[in-house]
Structures are given as C-alpha cells and as structure tokens.
Design a binder for this molecule. Structure first.
Ligand code: FES
Length: 118
C-alpha cells in the first residue's frame, strides 16, 4: 500500500493545545498540537463514534499509593466529548483499556508546513 503526504496548512495557524478536524482521502482525522508537536488520530471514537476533534486535550491521573494521585502527561491525551474515553495521542491506545485504540497517522513539520502521511 502506498502512502500519501498531505499538506494541511501553515504550522503557525495551529495554536498550541488545539485540535482541528481535517479530511484526507475521505477519512477524517483529529489533528492535535501540544507543546511536544503535532499528532493525528482518526476522528471517530471506537466507543460510539463521536468526533474526537470535538474533545479536549488532557493528561492522565495515576495513583502511586492510596489517596495520592498524580496528574501527568498534560495535553498528551485526547478525551472524547461524549463519555470521556481517553486516548494517547502518540499511540492511539486507550489510557484505561489497551484493547481499544484509534488509528494514528504520522505528522511532521517541514518548512513551516504541517504534513500528514496516510
Ligand atoms: S463515544 Fe467516545 S467515549 Fe463514548
């Protein structure tokens, strides 16, 4: 299968901590930008099909001992707007259920342009 590189715009037009929906070859992706860069995940939640691009960027909370929670990985997780499932932006895996995943696509910035490979 051949891959295609899509130019989706000027990197400066994607604010940090934002999510935007784009359609590439008939498939929708949620393009997220955080302090670490750009990420692309398919824009359909595997639970009941909500658009992840309408969700929020968040982190996750882990417990190191009873009553002590640590919030980490701020803005590295995309949260579905309907029922709050969380997905790692890099891998697409659900934070709480490794059997659930959204597909991802590679994103890079070259000469100020955002390029998504599908
Ligand atoms: S549709 Fe995404 S969590 Fe339910």
């Amino acid at each position: 299968m051949t891959s295609t590189e899509h130019d989706i715009g000027n990197a400066a037009e994607f604010p940090v901590d934002s999510i935007r929906r784009v359609e590439l070859n008939g498939r929708a992706y949620a393009i997220a930008r955080n302090d670490h860069g750009f990420f692309a995940v398919r824009d359909t939640c595997p639970h009941q099909g909500a658009r992840l691009s309408a969700g929020t960027l968040t982190g996750n909370t882990v417990s190191c001992k009873v009553g002590n929670l640590i919030y980490r990985r701020d803005k590295e997780v995309i949260q579905c707007p309907w029922h709050g499932w969380d997905f790692d932006l890099e891998s697409g895996h659900s934070v709480f259920d490794e059997t659930q995943r959204v597909a991802t696509a590679k994103v890079k910035v070259k000469a100020g342009r955002v390029l998504v490979t599908t």
